[in-house]
Design a protein around this ligand. Structure first.
Ligand code: AMP
Length: 398
């Protein structure tokens, strides 16, 4: 199973053996269309270290061909008879795509129709799909949508309190993102507790450069922090998260800024970067430890927002069995986990200091033995989840 995650100037890929679950190869092609592009390929099955090369890769077609050459070098080329299907990450599936979907021309057209609500992501995802279909038209290809897991949200969580007709006319509602990760992590958390996903209520905190929280009741998402776009919710690396929408009118009327300028401000120059100039949590922690006040404000604001969402989702769920930290910051930053949970004993949340400080790649509990709410670190694996969903769908259709 080949998994493709196509961005506007990058393609990430992973090849998995669904027989034993082994990861055979991974790779990243960056700076597509720029003067010097970079191909980094890790031939996991073939052993040996990663291979890197630079050179100009003008477009996605050239990128997928470069990927195919790298895979072929390990004897796992795109023309291999063992390749059963390709799974594509697609960011926005709107309301139409609630499940992984076998790609045909009509599905491509629908993904294209959703471009106005996902102008940054869907065009790139679609380019990846069209290129891969042109290279292997005979192979089943499946779209796995970031929004799909959140389509179970009740209307009260999915709607904004604005005029219903205007909202419907422009498809304005809360779609949520990172759904593949929330689905995988909530299920893995249930397994860590020795329970079925249907039996547990979990708060998932996906804290990467983009960050989102979700409330998952019995395996189904009932609320999530991102909205119409990934801008809503938590403080992120470069995005503001929640804010009074009137800030935008104020910046237009008083600050003389255009809609595009404010879009860039809120998506690229806000969040941790806007507050202190850094978006890497390691660097921010280092600065906080040195007494840097800007970094401390950024860290404190990040944690304050995170706590608000933990509290809100405890209220949404009523009963919480587990809180799971995942993605770059959630998996690696013990100080963030400690600060986020501190003072929440009243909600049943506590950490075991030694467990929180220990490192590891496997899902693990970091709450004390017998805690009312389990707190866990559960590494996310979106590629594996896309492969699993693709495999399940292709298997069903064969
Ligand atoms: P992701 O988007 O999931 O790849 O997460 C990327 C972010 O994870 C980076 O911007 C860092 O802020 C954070 N990160 C990665 N490694 C560490 C670490 N060891 N400690 C703290 N933060 C980390």
């Amino acid at each position: 199973m080949l998994v493709l995650n196509s961005g506007s100037s990058s393609v990430k890929y992973q090849l998995l053996d669904m027989g034993d679950g082994a990861r055979l190869a991974t790779g990243l092609i960056e700076r597509i269309g720029e003067r010097t592009s970079l191909v980094r390929h890790v031939p996991l099955a073939a052993g040996g270290g990663s291979r890197e090369r630079t050179g100009r890769i003008p477009d996605h077609e050239a990128a997928l061909k470069a990927m195919a050459e790298e895979l072929a070098e390990d004897g796992l080329g795109l023309d291999s008879p063992d390749l059963a299907a390709i799974g594509h990450r697609v960011v926005h599936g709107g309301l139409r795509f609630t499940e992984p979907t076998l790609i045909d021309d009509a599905v491509c057209a629908e993904i294209e129709r959703l471009i106005p609500v996902a102008p940054l992501h869907n065009p790139a995802n679609l380019t990846g799909i069209r290129t891969a279909r042109a290279l292997r038209p005979d192979l089943p290809q499946v779209a796995v949508f970031d929004t799909a897991f959140h389509t179970t949200m009740p209307e009260a969580a999915a709607r904004y309190a604005i005029d219903v007709r205007t909202a419907d006319e422009h498809r304005v509602r809360r779609y949520g993102f990172h759904g593949t990760s929330h689905a995988y992590v909530s299920r893995e958390t249930a397994h860590l507790l020795g329970k079925a996903p249907e039996e547990v209520n979990v708060i998932v905190l996906h804290l990467g450069n983009g960050a989102s929280a979700s409330a998952v009741r019995g395996g189904k998402c009932v609320d999530t922090s991102m909205g119409l776009t990934p801008l809503e919710g938590l403080v992120m690396g470069t995005r503001s998260g929640d804010m009074d929408p009137a800030v935008i009118f104020h910046l237009m009327r008083v600050g003389g800024m255009s809609a595009d300028e404010i879009d860039t401000l809120l998506n690229k120059r806000s969040g941790l970067v806007g507050l202190c100039g850094d978006n890497d949590m390691r660097e921010i922690r280092r600065r906080v430890d040195e007494g840097d006040e800007e970094a401390k404000l950024a860290f404190d604001l990040y944690i304050h927002r995170l706590k608000k969402y933990i509290g809100a989702y405890c209220a949404v769920l009523g009963r919480v069995d587990a809180v799971a930290f995942t993605a770059g910051v959630g998996e690696n930053s013990a100080p963030v986990r400690e600060a986020a949970v501190q003072g929440l004993e009243g909600l049943g949340l506590a950490l075991d200091g030694a467990r929180n400080a220990a490192r590891g790649d496997a899902p693990r509990l970091i709450s004390p033995e017998g805690a009312r709410v389990a707190v866990a670190v559960v590494p996310t694996d979106e590629e594996r989840e896309i492969a699993t969903q693709t495999y399940a769908l292709v298997g069903k259709n064969n």
